[in-house]
Ligand binder design. Structure first.
Ligand SMILES: *Cc1c(COP(=O)(O)O)cnc(C)c1O
Length: 352
């Protein structure tokens, strides 16, 4: 494609500057069709009133594993060659569940590596999807080393949680569905960690509607992508306990794709506090009657905290997951203090 055309249609041709295109996202949609669900996109009357525009929520909590990560994992695993020997990863969270489920659906062996410190409930959850859980060492690093060894010695393929073109295009199918349902959307609020979701959604949304705003939202402690964008290159950040635990972790110092895509396509990044996340979880439950992880309500948290005063509407956000610790969730709902690691989040009854 020549440069003149690229200036007019920047998302149509693949290039160094735009390694992923809308065509890749349509291809991902064909691979995951019938395996991941096209989820409902529903209005929140309460949030709409608060933001002063229609506010819509993409209900990825309704995916079979309870989170959107299934789309990316399926997109990557369904694209593997016929003779693949199996897949591996070392995520204990939604990505681990997604890889386990997706591999099972393709009839492939999945080995999920984790450290001995991972809570039994999480281990059992992943095992229940038919994966082989391998407990190695006491740290996430040791689990990662084992996953790498399985690739070298046993020929398994590692599925990245965010820095992979098929994973990103799988997550991008969410953006496609939102814009197809509501071409009038003006702003998308996207929970942001490694940036696979935000990158994919931004590629899709901006290809369809270049003027749309895509804003990435993270928690204020350990926001690796937001800090990397500010620094101009991937940086390491310390990890903290958070109500948005699914947003923790780094973006990789050798990040190839999700960093440049987020840097180039996100209009802004916004950070929210633990108290703001707690309040948004209560709003989701008491107003919208939905139980959602802290990570999946950061868009609502930013709006409710007044951090997006000039947002244009209609606004769409993605309720990304519902894999939460129910004891913690119950405490938050009844207004008790919660302790997660070294973190204390002060309780407050809803409406008080
Ligand atoms: C992984 C995850 C995110 C963030 O996705 P990235 O692609 O890493 O930015 C948000 N919410 C939930 C529930 C997740 O599991």
């Amino acid at each position: 494609m020549d440069d003149v055309l690229r200036g007019v249609f920047p998302f149509l041709g693949r290039s160094d500057a735009m390694p992923l295109t809308l065509a890749d996202i349509f291809a991902a949609r064909r691979r995951i069709r019938g395996l991941a669900d096209a989820t409902p996109f529903i209005p929140s009357p309460f949030m709409s009133e608060r933001v002063g525009h229609e506010f819509l929520m993409k209900m990825e909590v309704m995916q079979p594993i309870g989170a959107f990560k299934l789309r990316g994992a399926l997109s990557a695993i369904m694209a593997l060659p016929e003779d693949v020997r199996g897949v591996t990863c070392c995520s204990t969270g939604n990505h681990g569940r997604a890889v386990a489920y997706a591999a099972h659906r393709r009839g492939l062996n999945a080995v999920i590596c984790m450290s001995a410190l991972v809570p039994k409930a999480k281990v059992d959850g992943i095992r229940a999807f038919g994966a082989d859980v391998r407990i190695v060492g006491q740290t996430q690093d040791e689990a990662m080393t084992e996953s790498k060894r399985l690739c070298e010695v046993e020929g398994l393929v590692e599925v990245s949680p965010f820095d992979d073109p098929h994973v990103i295009s799988g997550q991008g199918t969410i953006g496609l569905e939102m814009l197809e349902a509501r071409p009038d959307l003006e702003t998308l609020l996207v929970p942001l960690s490694g940036g696979g979701l935000a990158a994919g959604v931004a590629v899709a949304a901006k290809a369809i509607k270049p003027a749309i705003s895509v804003i990435g939202i993270s928690m204020d402690r350990g926001a690796a992508m937001a800090q990397s964008i500010r620094a101009g290159h991937p940086v390491e950040v310390p990890e903290f306990a958070s109500l948005a635990d699914s947003l923790g972790g780094g973006i990789g110092l050798h990040n190839r794709l999700s960093f440049p895509l987020c840097r180039d396509l996100l209009d802004d990044t916004v950070l929210v506090t633990e108290e703001e996340i707690r309040h948004a979880m209560q709003v989701m439950f008491f107003e919208d009657r939905i139980a959602a992880e802290g990570a999946s309500v950061v868009g609502q948290a930013a709006v409710l905290a007044g951090k997006l005063p000039k947002v244009r509407g209609p606004v769409g956000t993605i309720v990304t997951g519902r894999n939460l610790d129910m004891a913690t969730f119950t405490k938050i709902m009844i207004g008790e203090d919660v302790h997660i690691g070294d973190l204390l989040v002060k309780g407050q009854s809803y409406g008080a």
